[in-house]
Design a protein around this ligand. Sequence first.
Ligand code: PBG
Length: 331
Amino acid sequence: MEMMTRGRRNRRSAAIRGLVRETRLAAEDLILPLFFHADAEDVAISSMPGCTRWSLRGLVAEVKSAHALGIRAVVLFPKIDEDLKTPDGAECANDAGLVPQAIRAIKEACPDVCVITDVALDPYNSDGHDGIVVKEGESLKILNDETVEVLCRQALCHARAGADIVAPSDMMDGRIGAIRVALDEAAFEEIGIMAYSAKYASAFYGPFRGALDSAPKEGDKKTYQMDPANVREAIRELLMDEEEGADIVMVKPAGPYLDVIARLRDETTLPIAAYQVSGEYLMIKSACAGGWLDEKAVVMESLIGIRRAGADMILTYFAKEAAAWLSGKSD
Ligand code: PBG
């Protein structure tokens, strides 16, 4: 056959494929989400095989072991005791609470690790919602502006304990700007905000809510999290968060929303984070446990796909495995 161009010439050897590779993944792109509680035991999470709800001691050891593999950022998700949960979620701003204790312990053991905290009320709120709930007849209303006030107190509490970045995952309107002002007024102008800008009302969060016992007691999150059918709305949320002072914006979930990541990439010069959520993790884990998929290959393909779509960084429960595979320490 006579052909002027042959695509396969650039795929001939591993060396050539390396030269023409367009997207790369490194351990420094990865953020490890961590679950923990006040108990002294480390407990395997049944809804997320391979994940653990750590004691504070176990948490610090896990951060050290992730750091040794090249992971330089973690995001913290506490399981709060049921008797500390209230309708206003006030425990979220307790300087002696579980999250401040965890931040201080991690910072003491691994000062170089970037500690990111989740800002939202669901672990603290007796209704299991990200904001304060009032009942209006049969329906629930999530109060926006009242919630934002509490979120500001929560963000300040995390900053006082030494968090590097706060990550509001609640989807209330105006919270990025309000948190920015609150941090600046308290001389925390160096603390960054990672905004969950396009967070969808996704069924893929199920295993996470099982891990933290944080599922809504009633109703769903559709009046604040986004409709999975929408992408223009994601751009609108992005532009609002950008204007309000976000340092990093996020798309969540990641895998089923690669087009959203790509669209946001075109609309902003800010770094984009993507969250490969618990349900995405569980789908891969369970298929691999059955021997139906090759775990290493599928995990790495899912992560490079998220990077290729335009994400600079990825929150993933596979962070440690991926870092070990990337360094060749494990196969
Ligand atoms: C809550 C929060 C959720 C996740 C991260 N922060 C659950 C939710 O919004 O209901 C989900 C993460 C995952 O599924 O891995 N603020």
